[in-house]
Design a protein around this ligand. Structure first.
Ligand code: CS2
Ligand code: MG
Length: 408
């Protein structure tokens, strides 16, 4: 069996999905995702200029050897662009393998460990009142877990993950007004004064059952993060996400000495080497890698297995920018992983997106139900794809009030 061709498509409804289609001489094809948010053209170029010419002619069933060939063959290790491109090929090859077996992908990992995967939605508000309404609306839709982000009084710009007043139901995706990032202001003091009490009020209003998550988005210093974590312990958070940038993995030891709040880190990591120390030293409780950004199923499954040895559960990244193909790969891992924790979920569900990526993956009462179709269980409509093209966009950058550059 041989790979005879592969094509890359860039575009989508309000997003720049990078979709890879790998064709074989037996008519079976596989789909993979290389959507690196805000840098989409780069994995697409890597795929077109280097990887696809070296993929044609290979046996698609040898996904491990093909992964090693590209990873080791690059000589220069890791990096989000390369790992997203390898990830797309890897996903497509697992899709082909499972289609050949006539089984949904999770069967090749060891079958189902659960019927549905718990997901969390994104509630937000320009102020606490808006945020409370947003949480209530997700609860009414059946969500059992909600990430809560709130505008901070006195802070000149809204803050990470927060929409304008009354706009909380708008999904946060890239700003497509141009390639030059907007700027936001961060003020740790105002945040530390406001957010712990806001979280207490949310717990009081919604009661013990709601799983509450909060994302600091890499903005605190290690000492501030430890103080913050300590001050929200009584809230009983499901997790506190990215309290510090985590480039300095040792810094998390300090936080751990001061608080038992569950910590989730990893959405910016792209290999097992980025999280090995955090996992082996049991400094985190949830690993947040995405199948696309971290080299595909072959590599992420290794991370999940390492995490399982250290009581670290999964909480795969699933921001609005993630393609339904990445979400499907994660749905199959979620169905199997003995150490599954939760899944961030925002991608599926718009009519245009469903038309581009038809699938039977579905949401039921705050749980993601995996498709039983052979393979990843997602198709790609090329006629729909021809309606979309690449749109330049960017994440904001963040500064302190005096102009110092900070972490988005
Ligand atoms: C985030 C993301 O989903 C999350 O938890 O932190 O929204 C992140 O900002 C984006 O994925 C960046 O591309
Ligand atoms: Mg995050």
């Amino acid at each position: 069996m041989k790979i005879i061709d592969a094509k890359v498509f860039v575009g989508g409804p309000g997003k720049n999905y990078v979709t890879l289609k790998v064709m074989t001489d037996q008519g079976v094809y596989g789909l993979g995702d290389a959507t690196l948010n805000n840098r989409e053209t780069l994995p697409a170029a890597y795929l077109k200029d280097y990887l696809i010419p070296n993929l044609i002619g290979r046996d698609p069933r040898n996904s491990e050897d093909i992964w090693q060939y590209f990873y080791r063959g690059a000589y220069f290790r890791r990096g989000p662009i390369a790992m997203a491109a390898f990830g797309a090929i890897d996903m497509a090859l697992w899709d082909i393998k499972a289609k050949l077996a006539g089984m949904p992908l999770y069967q090749l990992f060891g079958g189902k460990s659960r019927e549905g995967a718990l997901v969390y939605a994104h509630a937000n508000g320009a102020d606490l009142e808006d945020l409370m309404d947003s949480i209530a609306s997700y609860q009414e839709q059946g969500y059992k877990a909600v990430r809560v982000q709130c505008g901070i009084p006195g802070m000149p710009t809204a803050g990470y993950g927060v929409a304008d007043k009354g706009q909380a139901d708008k999904q946060f995706i890239t700003d497509f007004s141009g390639i030059r990032p907007k700027e936001e202001i961060w003020d740790a003091d105002r945040y530390m004064r406001f957010m712990p009490d806001a979280l207490s009020q949310i717990r009081e209003r919604f009661g013990a059952e709601l799983k509450i998550l909060h994302d600091v988005h890499h903005r605190l210093l290690p000492r501030e993060a430890a103080e913050f974590a300590k001050s929200v312990e009584h809230v009983g958070l499901f997790w506190l996400e990215d309290p510090t940038p985590a480039d300095d993995q040792d810094a998390l030891k300090f936080l751990r000495q001061h608080s038992t709040v569950p910590i989730a880190i990893g959405e910016v990591f792209n290999s097992i080497w980025d999280c090995k120390q955090l996992i082996e030293n049991e400094l985190i409780d949830f690993i947040r890698v995405a199948v696309t950004y971290a080299g595909g199923i072959t590599h992420v499954k290794r991370i999940v297995d390492l995490a399982a040895l250290h009581h670290v559960r999964t909480g795969f990244h699933g921001a609005p920018s993630h393609s339904p193909l990445c979400m499907a790969a994660q749905a199959h891992l979620n169905a199997w992983a003995p150490n599954f924790g939760i899944q961030e979920y925002l991608t599926l569900g718009t009519a245009e997106c469903d038309a581009l990526f038809p699938s039977n993956h579905r949401m039921e009462q705050g749980m993601m139900m995996v498709s039983d179709e052979p393979g990843l269980g997602v198709d790609f409509d090329e006629a729909e794809a021809s309606r979309y093209s690449y749109k330049p966009g960017s994440h904001p950058v963040v500064r302190l009030e005096d102009g110092t550059l900070w972490n988005y």
